[in-house]
Ligand binder design. Structure first.
Ligand code: G
Ligand code: G
Ligand code: MN
Ligand code: NA
Length: 253
């Protein structure tokens, strides 16, 4: 049922959309990136949550087509913003099945080419579980993407299975600190210590850090003191339609 509707949506391009959540770069005092998040409104079923949509897509193999659509749409939007003079990187979530495709780096390159984008206009968010499932292959894939200039982020850091040894060997630019480490800041001393530790480790490894799920000024204050590079969350803005993101990324020079 859901599967058939999703197939239909992918076929006619109706009802699927991307929203974009701004990331605030602390030192730059500006939004320098946005995370693309899928929205699906089916004419029959109504709004379907991204979690449910992604789960169905993964179960049925539609995730490859859906992932290609997301990648293409995100690149198209990045190109539109660039044409308007806004220099903003667009981050795209990558599913395990996409990441495992032997031609995944070529698909990414194809999308960049179609829209005339340099590699660093795009960031790919992969999860630890994906990266660690087959570390050798993951490493080769990430190296291939990195050679194209694509920015690479490890999503939901600390929630999957990874070892620090593997982290050290993976070619990455960025670590995203998951919401579960942020939500009880600043009162939870354990979380506070973890966030400081991860930020410090990331600096030593020359990786950027983005904290997710930042909802309160107190959390933002703590994260700033922990020297996290960027913040994403409802305090700044939820994921918004492209048009509403405009005011966050308008060229100011
Ligand atoms: O937007 P929301 O917080 O409801 O997203 C729910 C989950 O769906 C998140 O874990 C997010 O990473 C995932 N998600 C959203 N959009 C995409 C997408 O385009 N591709 C993949 N693989 N996952 C996505
Ligand atoms: O890729 P990831 O699983 O991190 O997806 C981000 C998810 O987090 C999306 O579903 C988005 O709607 C949600 N989200 C974004 N900002 C906040 C926030 O500040 N608080 C909470 N609770 N959820 C958020
Ligand atoms: Mn993400
Ligand atoms: Na995340």
């Amino acid at each position: 049922r859901l599967h058939e509707r999703l197939q239909q949506a992918l076929h006619d391009g109706q009802g699927l959309a991307l929203h974009y959540q701004p990331q605030w770069h602390v030192a730059g005092e500006r939004v320098d990136a946005v995370e693309a998040l899928l929205r699906w409104h089916d004419p029959v079923l109504g709004a379907v949550s991204p979690a449910q949509c992604i789960a169905v897509a993964e179960r049925t193999g539609l995730i490859v087509a859906l992932g290609d659509w997301v990648l293409d749409e995100a690149c198209a939007q990045a190109a539109r913003w660039r044409a308007q003079g806004a220099q903003v990187r667009v981050a795209v979530n990558v599913s395990a099945q996409q990441f495992r495709l032997s031609d995944w780096p070529q698909r990414v390159q194809g999308a960049l080419r179609r829209h005339g984008l340099p590699g660093d206009a795009l960031e790919l968010e992969i999860t630890e579980t994906q990266a660690m499932a087959n570390p050798q292959q993951a490493r080769a894939t990430l190296q291939h993407l990195m050679a194209q200039g694509v920015q690479l982020a490890l999503d939901d850091f600390g929630t999957g299975h990874s070892s620090l040894a593997q982290l050290k060997r993976l070619p990455l630019h960025c670590i995203k600190i998951g919401r579960e480490f942020v939500c009880e800041l600043p009162d939870n001393a354990t979380d506070a210590a973890m966030v400081r530790g991860v930020a410090r480790l990331a600096r030593l490894l020359r990786l950027r850090t983005v904290a997710e799920g930042v909802e309160t000024p107190a959390q933002a204050h703590h994260l700033r003191r922990s020297r996290v590079d960027a913040m994403q969350g409802w305090l700044l803005a939820p994921a918004l339609p492209a048009h509403d993101v405009q005011r966050w990324i308008a060229a100011d020079d």
